[in-house]
Design a protein around this ligand. Sequence first.
Ligand SMILES: [Zn+2]
Length: 169
Amino acid sequence: MRQLIVRWATTLPLSDPTVVNYKNERLLMHEQFMLRALHISKNALPSCTPNPPVGCVLVRNGEILSEGFTQAIGGNHAEVEAFNAYSGSFDDVTAYITLEPCSFTGRTPACTSMILKSGIKRVEVAMLDPDPRNSGKGIQILIQAGINVRVGLCDSDVAKFLTPYLGKS
Ligand SMILES: [Zn+2]
């Protein structure tokens, strides 16, 4: 997984200031928002199971625009909740998502399709979804559409909470 993260990270254009400054204080800001996504994801339990409890936060210029977490089975995934709760422009908006967005149609449509339609240009994902139907495909779809995607932010914190719930849906 670490190797994949490095490979994907190097596909990011260096003109993006949030990437250039990855190693200094801006990382702290990014971490705060991913940890916020992790925090709200805990609200998804227990009704979301067997889907994993995921959190998503939309941010622009250090300000949270909307938040979402996995709804009860058959309901919206975290990404759909957060994106639906925000109606403005997606210019300069970053999505912080604790798990790789789903790229397949299960009980609900694929979250990657919804993300592409929104026009968002930057997505931070904490960890990959080990579900064989996804497992990197969700990330690849976003990158191929020209979205800046980084995987691995706060991955150890997120994995500690999320891993027991993965691969069960
Ligand atoms: Zn989804």
